[in-house]
Design a binder for this molecule. Structure first.
Ligand code: FAD
Ligand code: DHB
Length: 391
């Protein structure tokens, strides 16, 4: 088999890249390890930056997003039992939209199926080779158990942090930058209307908590827990009472409880692999970098990468390698901005069990400054709503 671009992974990065390439006349094949339903249902991110919304709308994939997405013009920052609003739109003129990542993935899978674009689920034993040549190869076993060889002009690893693409680059081909955090997030999806019209990011001595949502009927909530925490230690009752304690503001906040539809624990790390390319193998999204979720940047970064990469691969197909050569440098500028912002939000909002009294005072001072200074709040807001796509 032959195609122009082999895309490994059908998350937001792989699906969007394939869609962008096809709309510019470049052929791509997407290979995904999981089955179709798993990919469509996986609960992950919820916040779309304005540039993400604009891109999806511009390429004709914004209908359901505009109809069902929830535009937000601010969020709450809570600490010391008090609520402070970060007025995103008043400060920046921009906004974010709450629309589940799995809804974007559904829209993209449906668009592929409608247009008959090649997308294979349940592939296994994916291996890349010949990436130092202009005819790289992907070998895999398809859903029917048949071994396949896919020759192409470029391979894009969109297979997330645990995929095969990044580890296939020989030692010395990449440099890694990493931070681990002494906490994780326990996330729940609950069948209950949101308890507040906006997102709430809370710093509490018992740990961080986040109130978010997916629709007027579904709430998404997160709690800071230990990285080694066992999910079975968290009964639904314990989750609700811990959330109530942490999200409370002096006197008047009632958390609406309801049946829990999904729960899971996510580790938190910062990670960047540089450069985001080795020969004809390009890395995009979580395959190249991870941010802790506190700034809601991961999916948006994946979208930004593939916006730059689709243009670069279209130029490459026309014989101009210059944008492909600049791909990694172009993306890494935005990646490092998001890395910094996500690290900043994480350290400002979580309760570090190892922090000394000096560090705790600094943290409280940063929270107070963010809540009270227009300049500090504007800096947070500008990063949160999303900086313009580079490249
Ligand atoms: P993924 O979504 O991980 O997709 C990779 C795909 O590759 C998967 O479908 C996987 O099955 C497939 N794959 C893996 N290995 C192979 C293989 N060997 N062969 C073939 N296929 C393979 N980001 C935000 O922007 N905003 C948020 O609000 C936000 N909140 C988050 C909350 C949580 C709890 C979590 C966990 C993440 C959150 N993120 C958020 C991050 C966001 O979900 C990720 O950054 C995003 O999914 C990255 O997309 P991706 O396409 O690069 O990778
Ligand atoms: C959600 C996730 C985040 O990481 C965040 O910062 C805000 C909202 C969410 O899943 O809704």
């Amino acid at each position: 088999m032959r195609t122009q671009v082999a895309v490994i992974g059908a998350g937001p990065a792989g699906l969007l890249l394939s869609y962008l390439l096809h709309s510019e006349g470049v052929e791509a094949v997407v290979l995904e390890a999981r089955d179709r339903e798993y990919v469509r249902q996986r609960v992950r991110a919820g916040v779309c930056e304005q540039p993400t919304v604009e891109l999806l709308t511009e390429i004709g994939l914004g209908d359901r997003l505009v109809r069902e997405g929830l535009p937000h013009e601010g969020f709450s920052l809570r600490f010391d039992g008090q609520d402070h609003r970060i007025a995103l739109t008043e400060l920046t003129g921009r906004s974010i939209t709450v629309y589940g990542q799995q809804e974007i993935v559904k829209d993209l899978v449906d668009a592929h199926e409608r247009q008959g674009l090649p997308l294979e689920f349940e592939v296994s034993d994916v291996a890349v080779s010949d990436v130092d040549t202009s005819r790289p190869v992907v070998r895999y076993v398809d859903a029917a158990g048949v071994s396949q060889v896919l020759e192409c002009d470029a391979i894009v690893g969109c297979d997330g942090f645990h995929g095969v693409s990044r580890p296939s680059i020989p030692d010395g081909g990449l440099q890694f930058f990493e931070r681990e955090y002494p906490f994780a997030w326990l996330g729940v999806l609950a069948q209950t209307p949101p308890s507040h019209e906006e997102l709430i990011y809370t710093h509490h001595p018992r740990g961080f908590a986040l109130h978010s949502m997916r629709s007027p009927e579904i709430t998404r909530l997160y709690l800071q827990v230990d990285p080694g925490e066992d999910l079975s230690a968290w009964s639904d009752d314990r989750i609700w009472s811990e959330l109530s304690l942490r999200l409370a503001v002096d006197g008047e906040f009632t958390l609406r409880e309801g049946p829990i539809l999904d729960k899971g624990i996510t580790p938190m790390r910062s990670f960047v692999a540089e450069p985001m390319r080795h020969g004809r193998l390009f890395l995009a999204g979580d395959a190249a970098h991870i941010v802790p979720p506190t700034g809601a940047k991961g999916m948006n970064l994946a979208v930004a990468d593939v916006r730059v990469l689709s243009r670069a691969l279209v130029s490459l197909a026309k014989g101009d390698p210059t944008p492909a050569d600049a791909y990694s440098d172009t993306c890494l500028r935005r990646v490092w901005r998001a890395e910094h912002f996500s690290w900043f939000m994480t350290t400002m909002l979580h309760t570090d069990p190892g922090a000394d009294a000096f560090a705790r005072r600094l943290q409280l001072s940063q929270l107070r400054y963010t809540a009270s200074s227009r300049a500090a709040a504007t800096s947070v807001a500008e990063n949160y709503v999303g900086l313009p796509f580079g490249g």
